[in-house]
Write a protein that binds this ligand. Structure first.
Ligand code: NOJ
Ligand code: CA
Length: 568
């Protein structure tokens, strides 16, 4: 970051003084989520206040002012319910309580109040597909074949001395586990400690919907629905088809044909949507489903727009290559999705390597981080940020198997190192343990060495930092009618190096966004007459390089340059 600041002169970014006064356009109240920037918090790693090395709810409350100042409208907190923490919270043993290591219900209520006072909404994580194997429901279910809760989970007899069929767990090996107590196998799409619920059982639905009401009654603004494409499996247990090759766990590659995206999931989405719609404040549903293409993603909105409002776009999130052509195709596709649904996108989360490394070329990573931030925060749709991306936090994987905390990394070592790398503590200050916890405490995952320079305190003081750039972008996003209400249209479509698009509101300036995704300076000639734009000059609203006025006939964009250009 420092290197780029000095290369580019006084400031690595250009923020024009032309931004109109804060006139934040109002989304209709039922569509607040269209204007919201959502920030994902991994509670273990955000802020530890009681010095046990694990983040907590009081820590999130303490940092709300930072989030407000940054420009965040809603936080999605990954699970903080009581859990044995095998999958760090995604294995829940009580859906209506707070895990003591994160605090108390009073802490949660205080967090809600403090967030509301700052106009920040709180979105909860909703794990419908499975519970912990320590959940009382499962303990009962496994106790005997005749227990009333037996059918709450998926129990089957084995076949030919092995599991019932070839279904595989996402985390490696068979998705069936033999339970010696009754001699039957139970099904788990994820870890063995995460048995799948049987969503064909109406009592399961009733119990889970009661949990939803519990949090909605507390005023939460919606749910991020975990792994929702996996709610149903083929009742006839057909084997999944094999694909060529082997995965990092040494298993044959498989297509999850009979355990993913079964049509029944849409009945559940409709029920959940109908339920949340009865609450005030227009709660939102975000679906976590890594759909293989735009047609499949579109189905998540529901044929009548009656399912999830914000299906997360994994086509975009999984694009690992910095390619203008690829991103143009993906953003054009989601813009014209068959359901006419509102896009939701992200580049980093707690399951995949951080964007600073993923798109970085090893030399210009800070510049590229600003470029990706520009795409994330100026495209049409709801952006979802991940804590620390605004600093350029790096993925910091464990270097020894004995240090790995995520079981996936233990099973998959060394090919699959698990997800610890993207879950390291938030970097607040240059001090030891980065202000995440006390200097003398051992954090649950080590604070990366990069925290000495990549941290909130240092970056706030540096106008050329990634954090300063994010702040400027977020401000623009919240004040520019073009970014709030404008349509999206990609232009200069044949350009293989520069991804450009226009955002035009009904009234006011259009913004032209130009993203040079190559390592060479590119000269772009924009002819926007067909878009109804006669002018050939523009003014830089924000850029990750020094520039002010531009001649649209010849815009020179340096390597990995990103510019938001105001055109009239
Ligand atoms: C998706 C979550 O994001 C991931 O962290 C978790 O391991 C699985 N679902 C299982 O809940
Ligand atoms: Ca703590």
């Amino acid at each position: 970051m420092k290197m780029i600041s000095s290369l580019l002169g006084l400031c690595a970014c250009t923020v024009a003084l032309l931004t109109p006064p804060a006139a934040r356009a109002q989304a209709t109240p039922d569509e607040w989520w269209k204007h919201a920037v959502i920030y994902e918090i991994y509670p273990r790693s955000f802020q530890d206040t009681n010095h046990d090395g694990t983040g907590d709810l009081k820590g999130i409350e303490q940092r709300l002012d930072y989030l407000k100042e940054l420009g965040i409208d809603a936080i999605w907190i990954t699970p903080m319910y009581p859990s044995p923490q095998v999958d760090f919270g995604y294995d829940i043993k009580d859906y209506e309580a707070i895990d003591p290591q994160y605090g108390t219900m009073a802490d949660f209520d205080n967090l809600m109040k403090a967030a509301k006072a700052r106009n920040i909404r709180v979105i909860m994580d909703l794990v419908l597909n499975h519970t912990s194997d320590q959940h009382p429901w499962f303990l009962e279910s496994r106790s005997s074949k005749t227990n009333p809760k037996r059918d709450w989970y998926i129990w089957r007899d084995g076949k030919n001395g092995g599991p019932p069929n070839n279904w595989q767990s996402w985390f490696g090996h068979s998705a069936w586990k033999l339970d010696p107590a009754t001699g039957q196998y139970y099904y788990h799409y994820f870890y063995t400690e995460q048995p799948d619920l049987n969503w064909r059982n109406p009592e399961v639905r009733k119990a889970m919907y009661a949990a939803l009401r519990f949090w909605l009654d507390k005023g939460v603004a919606g749910f991020r629905m975990d792994a929702v494409s996996r709610l149903f499996e083929d009742p006839d247990l057909h084997d999944d088809p094999y694909l060529p090759g082997y995965n990092a766990f040494g298993d044959r590659n498989i297509q999850h044909k009979y355990t993913d995206d079964l049509p029944e999931i849409h009945d559940v989405f409709k029920e959940v949507r109908a339920l949340v719609d009865t609450y005030p404040g227009h709660p939102v549903l975000m679906s976590e489903a890594d759909e293989p293409n735009i047609e499949a993603l579109s189905k998540m909105y529901g044929a009548k727009g009656d399912e999830t409002q914000l299906p997360m776009d994994f086509q975009i999130a999984d694009a690992n290559e910095l390619s203008a052509g690829k991103f143009r195709k993906l953003f054009d596709e989601v813009e014209t999705n068959p359901a006419g649904g509102w896009p939701e996108f992200f580049f980093s989360n707690h399951d995949q390597p951080r964007q600073w490394d993923r798109y970085g070329d090893g030399k210009h990573n800070d510049q590229i981080a600003k470029l990706m931030a520009t795409l994330e925060l100026t495209a049409r749709g709801t952006p979802q940020m991940y804590y620390g991306e605004e600093l350029g936090m790096r993925t910091t994987e464990p270097t020894r198997k004995e240090d790995v905390r995520d079981p996936e990394g233990i099973t998959g070592w060394p090919k699959e190192k698990g997800r610890d790398g993207e879950r390291t503590p938030m970097q607040w200050t240059p001090e030891p343990n980065s202000g995440f916890t006390g200097a003398e405490v051992k954090p649950w995952l080590p604070v990366p060495p990069s925290a000495k320079t990549v941290n909130v305190k240092s970056e706030l003081a540096d106008p050329g930092s990634i954090l300063s750039f994010y702040k400027a972008l977020l401000k623009l996003r919240h004040t520019e009618p073009a970014l709030l209400e404008g349509n999206y249209k990609s232009v200069d479509k044949e350009n293989a190096e520069v991804f450009s698009y226009l955002r035009c509101p009904k009234v006011g300036n259009c913004l032209l966004v130009a993203l040079n995704m190559s390592s060479k300076t590119q000269a772009v000639h924009y002819d926007l007459k067909t878009e109804g734009i006669a002018t050939t000059s523009g003014e830089i609203a924000l850029a990750n390089y020094r520039a002010e006025k531009v001649d649209l006939k010849q815009v020179e964009i340096p390597a990995f340059g990103a510019a938001v250009i105001r055109v009239r």
